[in-house]
Design a protein around this ligand. Structure first.
Ligand code: FAD
Ligand code: SF4
Length: 545
């Protein structure tokens, strides 16, 4: 395909990813440097199409970015009014007393229950009003580098057939060249992963650890809807060695955001995060809300859980990492929107300064982050997630209570993440099998009917975007040792082990992929590489999601 020359566009700043981090960076840049040309690309068919979040958000960063957000009609319409944290046994739920004191990070007073997709659509409108050029449907597929400096990205080619050859509708990707490029791809960004290797950005920091969040949007009967209610739970159905829990947020017109997060350092190869999420809906503390309700949408996305210890070097010549791409999520709070936005704003400030002084690397970003409330916030909770990995769920909960009430986040030690998530799986013979109930089609569902509700769509005639580097390794590691864990952790039925009685092989239904990135993270041999499919492919999460 080299005979097709790529067109080039030049900007001062290119931003890859239209989530809260990228959009906040774009807005701040134009606020600071109204003459700077700023371009933002998004792989989803529109801004918000790939955004998946709980989402209870803290408005702190938004207040700083656009203090008149209320007058501008930001879609933050349901303030949190009630909250509960439940510890679940198989048949009962016990409310954690003195939540404010035992788990102060779970305090949601002053926060809002939103659709983060809708918030991003609104942020995009603000950015466009300020002159940011936004191109949805374009995936950043290649990093452009010259003389050791990132000089932009190239978008992916369109119209390439499954065989890798240009088809009738072939259009080469575009080179978007820039003085500075900000990578705001969210958790486990595909270009971010390459940048980490190119500039050795992870040197000296802990491995990043992740969770997988699976979400459903429900419309429930009016008499059971409690607008402003935020309910979290931990305990059943996960065992003590598996980090995770559920959320349920009531907002809007009889809408409920329900979801479940499982730490991807789970050891049991038979565990299926999707089925855990389904069966929890049958628990007495949740079930009544769903009865008579209607499931509207479904999706899944990984989240970064490593916290402060896992934050990589943030800058390199020609650019920086922002938001979840850098791992700024506050895990005990399960919130990363405000920190993503803040990091985008700080990166924008550093880029504006570098543009003025002509420096190649916006290095002051690191200092700005370290001097900001974002760093202080992550510092205060840095030991909580590793404590769960080290002491189990009950021990971790106890540690986190002590950390909050006695140490107040100021422990003189730092607990570390010892393993990457792909290293923690135990073999099929050691792991205890788990029997999941069959879906009832009313409250619980199977994977395929769920993926249907994510409105996922990929052009079928294109190269598979899930690259299995060494197919033999799949057989000897994934099948022989772990019995195809990808067929259980993938929430979208992309991976199937077929011909298992004769010559087991992996079938990949790539068109189902909801871009959660779990396979890229959890594959035991790190043999699966998630790369961007054609732009606009993937889920199309609706408004409200
Ligand atoms: C299940 C779940 C529940 C959560 N709940 C909450 C919550 O209640 N409150 C809260 O504050 N936070 C929550 N979070 C975290 C929050 O959603 C993230 O911290 C936040 O969205 C991070 O913003 P971001 O802009 O860095 O990344 P993202 O929101 O992930 O946005 C990245 C964007 O970049 C695009 N992109 C990626 N790669 C490319 C590419 N190569 N080319 C073009 N575009 C690309 C993606 O399509 C996406 O639109 C939750 C996260 C999950 C997964
Ligand atoms: S194929 Fe990978 S990225 Fe896609 S939905 Fe499945 S686990 Fe997620």
């Amino acid at each position: 395909m080299t005979e097709h020359a790529r067109e080039t566009m030049e900007f001062d700043v290119v931003i890859v990813g239209g989530g809260p981090a990228g959009l906040a960076a774009a807005i701040r840049l134009r606020q600071l440097s109204p003459d700077a040309t700023v371009c933002l690309i998004e792989k989803g068919s529109e801004i918000g199409a790939h955004i998946l979040s709980g989402a209870v958000i803290e408005p702190r960063a938004l207040e700083e970015l656009l203090p008149d957000w209320r007058e501008r009609g930001a879609p933050l319409n349901t303030p949190v009014t009630e909250e509960a944290m439940l510890y679940l046994t198989e048949s009962r739920g016990y409310a954690v007393p003195m939540l404010d004191r035992v788990m102060p990070h779970m305090r949601n007073h002053g926060n809002y229950i939103v659709s983060l997709g809708d918030v991003c659509r609104w942020l995009a409108a603000q950015a466009e009003e300020l002159g940011v050029e936004i191109y949805p449907g374009f995936a950043g597929a290649e990093i452009l580098e010259e003389d050791g400096r990132v000089v932009g990205v190239a978008t992916g080619d369109m119209g390439v057939g499954r065989d890798g050859q240009p088809g009738a509708n072939y259009a080469p990707g575009m080179e978007l060249r820039a003085r500075y490029t900000l990578f705001a791809e969210g958790c486990r960004g595909s270009l971010t992963k390459r940048l980490m290797a190119m500039y050795n950005l992870r040197k000296g920091v802990d491995p990043q650890t992740y969770g997988l969040g699976i979400k459903e949007l429900w419309e429930i009967p009016k008499d059971r809807h409690r607008p402003g209610l935020v309910q979290h739970s931990f305990g059943w159905p996960l065992d003590d060695r598996t980090y995770g829990g559920a959320w349920m947020y009531h907002f809007g017109e009889n809408l409920v955001s329900y979801g479940f997060v499982v730490g991807l350092d789970y050891p049991n190869t038979w565990l299926s995060p999707f089925d855990e999420m389904q069966r929890l809906k049958l628990h007495p503390s949740f079930r009544a809300y769903f009865e008579g309700g209607r499931r509207i949408a479904y999706g899944a996305r990984a989240l970064s859980e490593g916290g402060l210890q896992s934050v990589p070097r943030l800058t390199f010549p020609g650019g920086a990492l922002v938001g979840d791409a850098a791992g700024f999520l506050n895990v005990p709070k399960i919130k990363g929107t405000h920190t993503a936005m803040k990091s985008g704003m700080l990166a924008a400030e550093a880029v504006a300064e570098a543009m003025e002084s002509g420096k190649a690397e916006p290095a002051s970003y690191t200092r700005r982050v370290r001097q900001s409330w974002l760093w202080q916030e992550l510092r205060g909770v840095r030991n909580i997630r590793p404590a769960f990995a080290r002491f189990g769920m009950k021990g971790g909960a106890l540690y986190s209570g002590i950390d909050a009430m006695l140490l107040r986040g100021r422990a003189p030690w730092t607990l570390h993440h010892r393993h990457a998530d792909n290293e923690t799986l135990e073999s099929a013979t050691v792991s205890a099998p788990i029997a999941y109930p069959k879906p009832d089609g009313k409250i619980t569902f199977d994977r395929l009917s769920s993926v249907f509700l994510s409105a996922t769509n990929h052009e079928e005639d294109q190269p598979v975007h899930l690259k299995v580097r060494n197919p033999d390794l799949w057989k000897t590691v994934n099948w022989d040792v772990f019995r195809a864990p990808e067929s259980r952790y993938c929430p979208a039925a992309v991976y199937e082990a077929v011909d298992t009685d004769t010559a087991p092989r992996l079938q990949i239904n790539a068109q189902n992929c909801v871009h959660c990135k779990t396979c890229d993270i959890k594959d035991p041999a790190q043999n699966i590489d998630w790369v961007t499919p054609e732009g606009a492919g993937g889920p199309n999460y609706p408004g409200g999601m």
